[in-house]
Every structure is written in structure tokens, then in C-alpha cells.
Design a protein around this ligand. Structure first.
Ligand code: ZN
Length: 188
């Protein structure tokens, strides 16, 4: 297992709808271990497989850094395979989000407070659960990644226009970041 480079905004893999996987997906255990290592190295609380260049329906979350704010997040650590959101409910609200594919960028994103989701764990056991609060927030961010949807796809077109230069700089690698990344527009 190893720390993998995280794809920066602009890489087409981040925009693709990821494919479901089977239990015999080659090297899955090593991939999951490497994704944990990559996420911790980058001080993230979630990481989706497309962010490390694999267009498969896999993401993982460890929200323990938020344990001080919401006690039940202290041990919220999970792998989600082949997840499908069945239902989302409640009044949408804004929350300031970051993303490892967008270093130095934080944006208020509007999402519903509660979701019902079906997924498989690392052993491919089936689960169907309802999540709310910060758990639902983080899950929805990561779930978007496996559908090829990014944080900036959920802000207004005007705001996105205002961010154009900043986003271009992220794609070019003109950002300060202390974890390995791959920038689609960086000249080699
Ligand atoms: Zn993200």
C-alpha cells in the first residue's frame, strides 16, 4: 500500500460516472488500504476512488476529526461500495465544504440534511441506512464523486465564473499543497 496522487480539478476521470464493482475486483484490499493512507496523508475526512484515478463506485470516510463537534462522528469510519442514494429529505442548507481535488478552495454548498443509502461494505455485506447531519453531508459529497459531480457543479453559474481563474490555477498546479497530486494542465 502507498500514498497515491490525488487528481486535481480538470481531470476528465473526475467527471465520469463510476462503475459498480464485484467482489473479485483485482487488488481491492490493497486499493482500499492505499486510499486510507492517501486520505490521512492529505488530512481529509473522505476520499472517492475517482479522485485517485479509478472510476469505480468506492469511497471511504473517517469523520473522527469532527468528533469534538458531533460526538457520534468520533468513530464514524466506513467504506462504501456500490452505494446508491435511495432518498434524500429535509430542507436543504448551506455548509462550507472543501475537497482534496480543489486545494485552497472552500465553498458553501447546498444539500439536504438527511439521506437513505444502500451500499456494500468491504466484505460486500449489504446495508441500507439513514444518515443525517454531518455524516449525511460528508457521504453526499463523496457520493457525488462516484457520479462524476464536483463541488463546483453545485454552485451558481455566476460564482463559478468568478472562480474561473482560481480553478484554472488548480488544474495547472499553481497551488500550494502538501500532499501528492496530479494536475491535468501541468506542463511536464
Ligand atoms: Zn471531494
Amino acid at each position: 500500500m502507498s500514498v497515491l496522487p490525488i487528481l486535481a480539478f480538470g481531470d476528465p476521470i473526475l467527471k465520469a460516472k463510476a462503475k459498480a464493482i464485484e467482489k473479485d475486483y483485482p487488488g481491492l484490499d490493497v486499493l482500499i488500504s492505499s486510499m486510507w493512507e492517501t486520505m490521512y496523508k492529505a488530512n481529509g475526512v473522505g476520499l472517492a476512488a475517482p479522485q485517485i484515478g479509478k472510476s469505480i463506485r468506492l469511497f471511504l470516510i473517517d469523520a473522527s476529526p469532527y468528533g469534538d463537534e458531533e460526538a457520534e462522528l468520533a468513530d464514524f469510519k466506513k467504506v462504501f461500495i456500490n452505494a446508491e442514494v435511495i432518498e434524500s429529505s429535509g430542507k436543504e442548507y448551506l455548509f462550507n465544504e472543501g475537497c482534496l481535488s480543489f486545494p485552497d478552495l472552500r465553498e458553501d454548498i447546498r444539500r439536504p440534511p438527511q439521506i437513505r443509502i444502500r451500499y456494500q461494505d468491504e466484505q460486500f455485506n449489504e446495508h441500507e441506512e439513514t444518515f443525517s447531519g454531518l455524516k449525511a453531508r460528508i457521504i453526499q459529497h463523496e457520493y457525488d464523486h462516484i457520479d462524476g459531480i464536483l463541488m463546483v457543479d453545485r454552485i451558481s453559474p455566476l460564482k463559478k465564473t468568478l472562480l474561473k481563474r482560481k480553478l484554472h490555477n488548480i488544474s495547472k498546479g499553481n497551488v500550494s499543497v502538501d500532499y501528492p497530486m496530479r494536475f491535468p494542465l501541468r506542463k511536464r
